[in-house]
Design a protein around this ligand. Structure first.
Ligand SMILES: Cc1cn([C@H]2C[C@H](O)[C@@H](COP(=O)(O)OP(=O)(O)OP(=O)(O)O)O2)c(=O)[nH]c1=O
Length: 192
């Protein structure tokens, strides 16, 4: 069986897969993430997931390489990781009391067999109304900086979320059911 590589530096993605008896190794990609704001959030996430997987695939042509990218979409805005504290506060105010979408794209590449797949999953998340005190306390947790949309649902961010519709692990950064289906369909591999 081909080796599976997770092309990610995200501790969340590793933690999700680590829970299962599924052999894989981690190799970080070295792409620069650029957001082209003329593209849709789905297109942006898919291009980045593909670039991450392709970058690592070139060195591991016989492996199945998984790349992923998570972004938050609110109305017509695409929200990646916040730049600084002001950006965190601006993002949380924007999402307060409203619904937004979390899109995680995944790409699976095996260059030896010329299989290149890219797909995405979408989850709707509704935030509770956030007053300045909640925002201040959340900023102080330090959770925001390395996360799309400036929150982490798996941490204190759970206290900001009133409701979700769709795959929970998609919000955390790796849509496990979608990944399992694609691994099955294209490579005859099952995580279960
Ligand atoms: C919305 C949300 C995002 N996130 C994270 C998942 C992703 O790690 C991060 C978005 O950044 P990404 O660019 O998707 O991933 P990354 O830079 O962390 O890792 P890599 O590119 O090497 O794979 O936001 C959470 O952990 N929880 C959440 O609730």
């Amino acid at each position: 069986m081909n080796k599976v590589i997770l092309a990610s530096s995200s501790p969340r993605r590793r933690e999700i897969l680590e829970k299962y008896d599924f052999k894989y190794k981690v190799v970080e990609s070295n792409i620069t993430e650029k957001i082209n704001s003329r593209e849709s959030p789905e297109q942006i996430a898919m291009s980045l997931a593909f670039e991450k997987a392709y970058n690592v695939s070139q060195k591991y042509r016989d492996s199945i390489v998984i790349g992923a990218d998570t972004i938050v979409a609110y109305k017509n805005q695409t929200l990646g990781k916040p730049r600084d504290e002001n950006d965190i506060i601006r993002t949380l105010n924007l999402l307060s009391g409203k619904k937004h979408e979390v899109i995680t794209a995944i790409s699976l590449i095996n260059l030896d067999s010329n299989i290149k797949i890219v797909d995405f999953e979408r989850t709707e998340v509704k935030f509770r109304q956030l007053d300045p005190i909640i925002i201040q306390k959340y900023v102080a947790t330090g959770e925001s900086l390395d996360k799309a949309g400036a929150y982490g649902i798996q941490g204190y961010g759970a206290l900001l979320v009133e409701k979700i519709e769709g795959c929970y692990l998609n919000v955390v950064g790796l849509p496990l059911v979608k990944l399992d289906k694609l691994l099955n369909e294209y490579f005859n591999i099952s995580i279960l």
